[in-house]
Design a protein around this ligand. Structure first.
Ligand code: SAH
Ligand code: SF4
Length: 389
């Protein structure tokens, strides 16, 4: 199979064009089609000579993700299920009106991106790991989620003015600037300016492909999304956290902690047996020191497992040591798993107790709760439906 052109950097395309004796201004013309204009075919690239387009088509593939299913919830969090060329499924979740957890308040839309088909880490509460790991996503399949959603968005008619839509617009006036514009498949209007690598899979277990994809998404000639607007979430692959610390980009790091002692964490996250808290926190320390940036600790609240107030001092100690903020997330029920989401009251009590220790705490009442926003669930359901069909 030909390499996908969206896995190429500006430099590698420039070198190729030099080799082909194609003038260098064509490089930026091509990149314009690939990234801001999100071209889905060579034919669209009308300002490139036909001969160049043919040569490109013989050298590279230009693949796009196929939308298999889409779910939207009342609060307009939308979930996209993609069918990959080998029949595998992955998901992306589009979250408007970002509550400023990972970026600033001017954010328009946050996209939650997948990095693997399935996951090998088998956290006991998570749908993504339920049926194991199938494969890594290629760089273009990671960046392709952003492009496919922006393409999808540009092809949508302007939103109807329902009471809900009016509420959303009032809450967030500049949230959807392209919705009222005449949409075209290649409209350069940007939808997504904030990425969270929190979809299916363990991003740091697909390190090279992840970095290649994020570099194109970050590059001024590519997706042009600031590194500080890209949050990588990991279940705690300590050696890879250290490695990420040596990269030049200032990506944001979020750690899926979910347990503030080894006893609690190992019970729900097998990865903790390989990289226990002491090792994980040492790697985080190193990352924070190298980058000079605050990290985020994610803490799902699961009833009877980690939501007791006795856990608060342990969590506070860890957060203080790392100078990290904590996102508390009430557990999202997963079909077939026994774990229970604590009552909102119990979550608030935990949040207040943590807040009282001085740790910067956010209690995130999940926006997509009603559409299985927790990653992996739409895929799991679709695969089960296909299996029984
Ligand atoms: N593998 C990476 C990134 C993907 S998971 C990681 O684990 O960090 C993204 C986040 O969703 C993680 O914090 C994960 O623990 C959380 N998550 C998984 N299942 C969930 C559920 N059912 N409810 C709430 N959060 C969940
Ligand atoms: Fe994998 Fe993250 Fe789910 Fe754990 S929480 S199984 S690491 S996707």
């Amino acid at each position: 199979m030909l390499p996908d052109v969206r896995q190429e950097s500006r430099d590698s395309i420039a070198a190729r064009f030099t080799e082909w004796e194609v003038p260098q201004y064509r490089v930026d013309q091509l990149l314009q089609w690939l990234w801001p204009r999100r071209a889905a075919s060579w034919d669209e690239m009308t300002n490139l000579p036909k001969a160049l387009r043919s040569r490109l088509a013989e050298t590279y593939s230009l693949r796009t993700l196929e939308l298999a299913r889409k779910q939207g919830s009342r609060d307009t969090t939308q979930k996209f299920l993609w069918r990959l060329h080998d029949g595998a499924f992955v998901e992306s979740v589009l979250i408007p009106a970002n509550p400023a957890l990972y970026g600033d308040r001017a954010d328009r839309h946050t996209l939650c991106v997948s990095t693997q088909v399935g996951c090998a880490y088998g956290c006991r509460f998570c749908a993504s790991g339920l049926e194991g790991w199938k494969r890594n996503l290629a760089p273009w399949e990671i960046s392709g989620q952003v492009l496919a959603i922006e393409r999808w968005h540009a092809s949508q008619p302007a939103q109807p003015t329902t009471p809900e839509a009016t509420d959303a617009a009032a809450a967030q006036p500049a949230a959807n600037p392209t919705a009222t514009a005449t949409p075209t498949a290649t409209s350069p209007g940007r939808l997504i300016n904030n990425l969270v690598i929190m979809g299916m899979g363990e991003p740091l277990a697909n390190y090279d492909n992840l970095l290649a994809a994020l570099r194109s998404l970050n590059a001024p000639w590519g997706g042009h999304i600031g590194a500080r607007k890209i949050t990588i979430s990991t279940s705690g692959l300590a050696p890879r956290i250290r490695q990420l610390g040596t990269e030049p980009e200032q990506f944001q790091l979020a750690i899926s902690l979910h347990g503030a002692t080894d006893a609690v964490r190992s019970q729900i996250m097998p990865v903790n047996r390989k990289h226990p808290l002491a090792e994980l926190t040492a790697a985080c320390d190193e990352y924070v020191q190298r980058k000079g940036r605050m990290i985020t600790l994610e803490y799902i609240l699961i009833q009877g497992i980690n939501d007791g107030l006795d856990q608060v001092p342990h969590l506070a100690r860890l957060a203080q040591r790392l100078n990290a903020k904590v996102n508390l997330i009430p557990y999202n029920k997963v079909d077939g798993l026994e774990w229970i989401r604590p009552s909102d009251e119990r979550c608030r009590a935990f949040g207040s107790a943590l807040d009282a220790t001085g740790v910067v705490t956010t209690l995130r009442i999940e926006k997509g709760h009603d559409i299985d926003a927790a990653c992996g669930q739409l895929r799991l359901r679709t695969e089960r439906e296909l299996a029984t069909a």
